[in-house]
Design a protein around this ligand. Structure first.
Ligand code: NDP
Length: 249
């Protein structure tokens, strides 16, 4: 079994395991960047804004729109040249547009599907060949409980996450024989910028409807992703793991 070595996080050290993550500048992605970097990973983060003001010195931040296949391909190549082949991919970048279905525009449809599902496709397309060559690797996606159950006024978002879940299951079947595990974490409402469109009253209602009585924290999603990336999860593949405080049971 591939054993990921834990070493001091030194920028450019190709002996360290390499995490490539989309959307590592805020919310859930930022919590992952901090956790994996602290655990000795070399981290490459891809987001449209690139390097954030509160950047971690040991992390490579690339400016990249995950909707753009060409950009993703060339930046994944550059990240692998700088930090070695990707050991763990987390496709995390996502957007949400709320509204009633009949009001969504064609551009809304393209933006949501091309970011939430297209980003996963573009990233996996870029890393799978190197993972197959190495005969190891972990692919993780950040999905959503709405992909499992559907949310009123979140029809496009729900559809995009449903596509993520199906793609993850299919990839797990296809890539298992090459030593690659593929899973998704499916968060419930989590306290990030994405939730800032909702008023405190709406957040209180969501918390009341959640058996554990609160919103999730980004660090709780990151810890689950870290577990799934580790050898402790060596027999887990093709799963959509709910981290939702019991909202969806
Ligand atoms: P945030 O809005 O806090 O952060 C989103 C991150 O994704 C940012 O770093 C942003 O950077 C990046 N991003 C967005 N669009 C693109 C793009 N086209 N290309 C590259 N990067 C992009 O979101 P969360 O942390 O809340 O969400 C992370 C994931 O978790 C998403 O997939 C979301 O659907 C999922 N999720 C979130 C829930 C929640 O309640 N918060 C619940 C369930 C799932 P930049 O803007 O610079 O590009």
């Amino acid at each position: 079994m591939y054993n990921i070595s834990r070493q001091l996080n030194v920028k450019g050290d190709k002996s360290m395991p390499h995490l490539l993550i989309s959307g590592g500048t805020r919310g859930i992605g930022k919590a992952c960047v901090e956790l994996f970097a602290n655990q000795g990973y070399k981290v490459s983060s891809l987001s449209r804004s690139g390097k954030p003001e509160n950047a971690l010195g040991c992390v490579d931040y690339y400016s990249c729109d995950v909707k753009d296949y060409g950009q993703v391909t060339s930046i994944v190549k550059a990240a692998a040249e700088a930090s070695g082949p990707v050991d763990v991919l987390i496709s995390n970048a996502g957007i949400s547009i709320s509204g009633i279905a009949q009001d969504f525009t064609y551009q809304d449809y393209r933006d949501v599907i091309d970011t939430n599902f297209g980003g996963l496709f573009n990233l996996t397309n870029a890393v799978i060949p190197q993972m197959v060559r190495q005969q190891h690797g972990v692919i993780l996606a950040v999905s959503s409980m709405w992909g499992q159950t559907g949310a009123s006024c979140e029809a496009l978002y729900s559809a995009s996450k449903g596509a993520v879940d199906s793609y993850i299951k299919a990839l797990a079947k296809e890539l298992g024989p090459s030593g690659i595990r593929v899973n998704a974490v499916s968060p419930g409402a989590t306290d990030t910028d994405m939730m800032s469109v909702y008023s405190d009253e709406v957040k209180d209602v969501i918390s009341e409807d959640t058996p554990l009585g609160r919103l999730g924290k980004p660090s709780e999603i990151a810890e689950t992703l870290y577990y799934l990336s580790s050898d402790k999860a060596s027999f887990i593949t093709g799963q959509i793991i709910g981290v939702n405080g019991g909202y969806l049971i």
